[in-house]
Write a protein that binds this ligand. Structure first.
Ligand SMILES: [Ca+2]
Ligand SMILES: [Ca+2]
Length: 240
């Protein structure tokens, strides 16, 4: 998002009128991008206009942004702003999930919470939600590049952290390892509280009263001995 201040100095504007921001040229030495956008600016005074430009294929660097404001009467006035483009980072992550059939399989689709911390800090700086595909792969984008502790947690798994990871502008591939199942109540430990949720829902299938997806650790639509086995395997463990 690029804010640009547009001041209406056009002499032919009626006191209650508006102007159009009709042309935006976004240029560097070798690249030019154009967009057209209608905008309402008070007949006297100024307004900050938020310009959304697609910078997907734009190189990092300084650009000159020019806007031409055109009135209904055909008068024009030009504005210019310098714009610094900083590229953002994207994480393409993979997790291994316990108790699933061989991937790709729909049971691998799960929602993950991705949190980025300043290294050593316990307060997340950025938080994202991501959904894995049928192979446990996910992505998160629009992340400011930098050094982070990167934490990943499933809604019924323990969390894993990759510490002091440098996220470069562009693509960053990270393997987060195996997420341990069994955390039905999502408190990052596998305890008696999780067993209690599992026991209450035991024997049910999706759609039946009492089915509780928090205890369906292998996500096969039924609360069975397979889920109990996963909980027992990780009982007493706590996540990072
Ligand atoms: Ca728990
Ligand atoms: Ca299950």
């Amino acid at each position: 998002m690029i804010p640009i201040t547009v001041t209406n100095h056009l002499a032919d504007q009626p006191a209650s009128g508006t102007v159009r921001l009709s042309l935006i040229d976004f240029e560097a030495e070798t690249e030019v991008y154009s967009d057209t956008q209608g905008v309402t600016v008070p007949a006297s005074g100024s307004q900050v206009v938020a310009l959304w430009l697609d910078t997907t294929n734009v190189s990092e660097g300084d650009y000159l942004l020019t806007a031409v404001v055109e009135s209904d009467g055909g008068q024009e006035e030009a504005f210019a702003e310098y714009l610094r483009v900083k590229l953002l980072a994207q994480i393409v992550g993979t997790v291994t999930l316990q108790g699933r059939p061989t991937s790709p399989h729909p049971a691998w689709i799960t929602i993950l919470q991705l949190s980025l911390y300043e290294p050593g800090s316990t307060t997340p700086r950025y938080a994202y939600q991501a959904t894995t595909d049928q192979s446990g792969r996910f992505d998160a984008s629009n992340i400011p590049p930098g050094n982070y502790d990167v934490r990943i947690k499933g809604s019924h798994t323990l969390a894993n952290i990759k510490r002091n990871i440098t996220l470069q502008p562009g693509l960053n591939t990270i393997d987060f390892g195996t997420l341990l199942e069994g955390d039905a109540n999502d408190d990052n430990a596998v305890t008696i509280l999780d067993y209690s949720i599992l026991r209450t829902a035991y024997g049910t299938v999706r759609g039946q009263p009492g089915y509780d997806e928090r205890a369906d650790f292998n996500q096969d639509g039924a609360i069975t001995i397979l889920d109990y086995s996963l909980l027992r395997m990780n009982y007493g463990c706590a996540g990072e």
